[in-house]
Design a protein around this ligand. Structure first.
Ligand SMILES: [Zn+2]
Length: 280
């Protein structure tokens, strides 16, 4: 099983390998730049060379970058939109340079635009970005909770993939809290089957490449994105076993983004998940 968490790379990629080891993670995710979308840290060639060795010794796979939440590929304002396009393109190259397998992005918020208009802006952005990309890192669109005007249901992500002709360098990242907020109540095993049917119908199950593991503070269908520590929110242990223990899901990398006090809190979260999901 591949279970890891969101870590900081502020002190360098090599320090993050130590952090991952300390909490028992065999994969991890990090923000590619400041959450407010500022300048990106330059990762030098020497750092990358040392990182490649440390990473393979520590058996870390996959490595996942996450774009800041402020990036909006559906933005109606041209400056916000162009900034988003430029940042996604830049971070795809930065992630390819360090050998990260995936880069996660929230599809975008359409604000006053219709779903069709929002989707077509995202399609136009990704079309340009992917045409210039070397395809070493796969871009993953994340399923969202449907809060406000967020784009990110399977049906909406399906429209984006379809209009782009299902490029191989584009996949999907699911989030247990966001989908719970969308109405898939994992405590009922049938909800897992319904989610997989919806995923297959709109995006294709094989395009799902990783899972964000979060408990939820709010009830199913509330469309509220508030993460909670695993087992302390409404999904409950049984819900996590239903979704993460499912044959179609358990082989996917699982990344915790729960509200721990500091990174060391992930040791307990990872141990808890491993204990729940362990089967002979
Ligand atoms: Zn996310």
């Amino acid at each position: 099983m591949r279970i890891g968490c969101h870590l900081s790379i502020a002190k360098g990629l090599n320090t993050s390998v130590e952090l991952a080891r300390e909490v028992g993670a065999n994969c991890f995710q990090f923000f590619t730049r400041n959450p407010r979308g500022g300048a990106a840290r330059r990762i030098e060639a020497e750092e990358i060379a040392a990182w490649n060795i440390m990473r393979s010794e520590a058996d870390l796979y996959p490595i996942v970058g996450h774009l800041p939440y402020t990036i909006n590929l559906a933005a109606a304002r041209d400056d916000t939109y162009e900034f988003a396009c430029r940042t996604v393109a830049e971070d795809l190259s930065r992630m390819a340079a360090i050998g990260a397998e995936y880069l996660v992005v929230h599809p975008g918020s359409r604000v006053k635009l219709s779903v069709d208009e929002g989707v077509s802006r995202i399609v136009r952005a990704l079309d340009t970005v992917l045409a210039r990309h070397n395809h070493k890192t796969m871009l993953l669109l994340e399923t969202m909770s449907g809060q406000g005007s967020e784009i990110g249901s399977f049906a909406e992500i399906g429209l984006i993939l379809r209009d782009l002709g299902y490029p191989q360098s584009l996949g999907v990242c699911i989030d247990t809290c966001h989908l719970f907020a969308m109405g898939y109540d994992w405590r009922d095993a049938l909800a897992v089957e319904r989610m997989l049917d919806d995923a297959d119908k709109h995006v294709g199950i094989e395009r799902i490449k990783c899972v964000h593991v979060n408990d939820s503070k709010f009830s199913p269908g509330a469309h509220k994105d508030r993460h909670e520590l695993v087992g302390e929110g409404l999904i409950e242990r049984g819900g996590f076993v239903n979704i993460l223990g499912h044959d179609r899901i358990r082989r996917l990398p699982m990344l915790l983004e729960t509200p721990v006090d500091d990174y060391s809190g992930y040791a307990r979260e990872i141990a808890k998940l491993r204990a729940w999901l362990w089967t002979e």
